[in-house]
Write a protein that binds this ligand. Sequence first.
Ligand code: HEC
Ligand code: HEC
Length: 200
Amino acid sequence: MKIVASATMLLLTAALFTQPALAAGDAAAGKDIGYTCLGCHGIEGYRNAYPSYRVPKLGGQKAGYLEIALKGYRDGTRKHPTMVAQATSLTDQQIEDVAAYLASVGGETVAEGGTQGASFDKAATCTACHGQNGISVNAAWPTLAGQHQDYLFNALKQYRDGTRTDPIMSAQAGLIAEEDVAKLALYFSRLKGLETTKPD
Ligand code: HEC
Ligand code: HEC
């Protein structure tokens, strides 16, 4: 446990110094681009066809992370075909703007953070980065609180089988015991946080 904790601290320190520069986008400009996105992300419980899991909630998500995720689809480190198609034509500026817009929606619940007292010991290592209440402590890292359980489960599976790769998270996911994957996804999904983006 001690070794895991200090390895996590090392990763944390390394991550803080290797973070890409994140520019602040213009939320007002991003709103127009965001309109198309809401055809999927703005519908409560909308599902990806195959494999079937719910489209991730983006409302209140960290802008820096949304930016990294979109660039990941555009540049090939994330391979979901629909999202690759959505992101390919976007410029860096458009990505920054739409990220700022999406992050600005649903911020209230996220600011409050999770209020429930239930804790899960297996989630302790995760909170070093994803926050005590599942609200990420760093703009470049995703908030997990309130995200759909099946989306979180699928994301963890992808890191574990190598479909999705990330220098930090691939290693973290590899340390999770098989029987805890679903429990961790359920735990974070039940915390108060992210919201489905609602068009005005
Ligand atoms: C046809 C449905 C659809 C549309 C339209 C769509 N998305 Fe997505 N989006 C998805 C699905 C499905 C995923 C999950 C993919 C995966 O598992 O990697 C996703 C994932 C994402 C993620 C990653 C979230 C995370 O937590 O890692 C971001 C960011 C995102 N979409 C932003 C956008 C933006 C911005 C647009 C508009 C330019 C958009 N999406 C349009 C279906 C859609
Ligand atoms: C050292 C920091 C760190 C720790 C500890 C950590 N993560 Fe992560 N996690 C990240 C980063 C950074 C990302 C974004 C990676 C990417 O862009 O794909 C991430 C992404 C994720 C995602 C994908 C979210 C999305 O919206 O697609 C899930 C799910 C996740 N982590 C769950 C966990 C769980 C469960 C644990 C504990 C067992 C954990 N993480 C521990 C840093 C961490």
